[in-house]
Design a protein. Structure first.
Length: 274
């Protein structure tokens, strides 16, 4: 009887199109991806510059609402202390808007840079990756604007006013355009990237750096940390805003845990023979 031919073990094959690249070729590929993302960001910034007044009005709404509660009879003003301040502020606002508009392309270029080392099955995740990462980034900006800003500005303005006896120390409530936009734009982008936590942890689980059970065991400390962070970034006696921030962080963490189970299962599943 003829011996049966043994099928080759293709359980551990190299990624498709696995071409060895030198360090200079890797840098060239990275440069190409960065340039494409930068061009998209520039185009978005130019577009946002044409709507700079509307963007300034939009980003100032939470502060204006807190101001009217604190100083109902005083009109709000954003001052400039130098002739160039208005240009710098509008430029900062336009670049921030350009980053937000370019986020889908930025994430796509990131995936395209790492995709040569992936299997064809993993490369098919590019559309879900771009959509999911963009949705998380947008959710972070929305959370910062609608949940964080109102409580923070209310607390910040509550610290202004008379200190001690009349005629003594007075904390002024004059606001510069530079200071306001610098803080507001940084916080919007920071919350956008913080909300990418589930995606980051999913990559760690996919790489085997962390396991789902490790994340589950750490969950009690994650909950405590979420309430500590919530109390830190939303100071003041009002508890509902602290609870909202903490709940969002806890939700992000457990979303990360669920995704880690999913990607870990896909990683551990044996790949079928071709």
């Amino acid at each position: 009887m003829a011996a049966l031919q043994e099928e080759p073990d293709l359980t551990h094959v190299d990624p498709e199109d696995d071409v060895k690249m030198t360090i200079w070729e890797h840098l060239g590929e990275l440069r190409k991806r960065v340039v494409r993302a930068g061009v998209t960001l520039l185009a978005g910034a130019i577009l946002c510059w044409n709507f700079k007044e509307k963007l300034l009005d939009w980003i100032g709404k939470p502060f204006e609402a807190a101001w009217k509660i604190r100083y109902p009879n005083t009109p709000i003003e954003l001052m400039t202390t130098a002739p160039i301040d208005a240009f710098v502020g509008y430029m900062q606002l336009a670049i921030t808007g350009g980053i937000v508009l370019a986020i889908p392309v930025i994430f796509y270029q990131l995936w395209a840079f790492i995709s040569p080392g992936l299997y064809s099955k993993e490369k098919r995740y590019i559309i879900p990756f771009v959509l999911f990462s963009t949705a998380l980034f947008g959710a972070g900006i929305a959370f910062c604007y609608y949940a964080f800003f109102p409580s923070f500005w209310a607390f910040a303005l509550s610290l202004h006013g008379q200190v001690g006896e009349p005629g003594g120390l007075v904390l002024m409530s004059r606001n510069t355009m530079e200071g306001y936009l610098d803080f507001a734009t940084r916080m919007l982008l920071a919350f956008g990237f913080i909300f990418e936590l589930p995606l980051f942890i999913s990559f760690l689980a996919l790489a085997g750096i962390v396991t789902p059970m490790q994340l589950v065991r750490f969950s009690r400390w994650a909950i405590i940390s979420a309430f500590i962070i919530g109390a830190f970034i939303t100071p003041g006696p009002e508890m509902s805003s602290q609870f909202i921030v903490a709940s969002a962080l806890i939700g992000l963490y457990f979303l990360s845990v669920g995704l880690s189970f999913l990607v870990a299962k896909r990683r551990d599943d044996p790949k079928p023979a071709d």
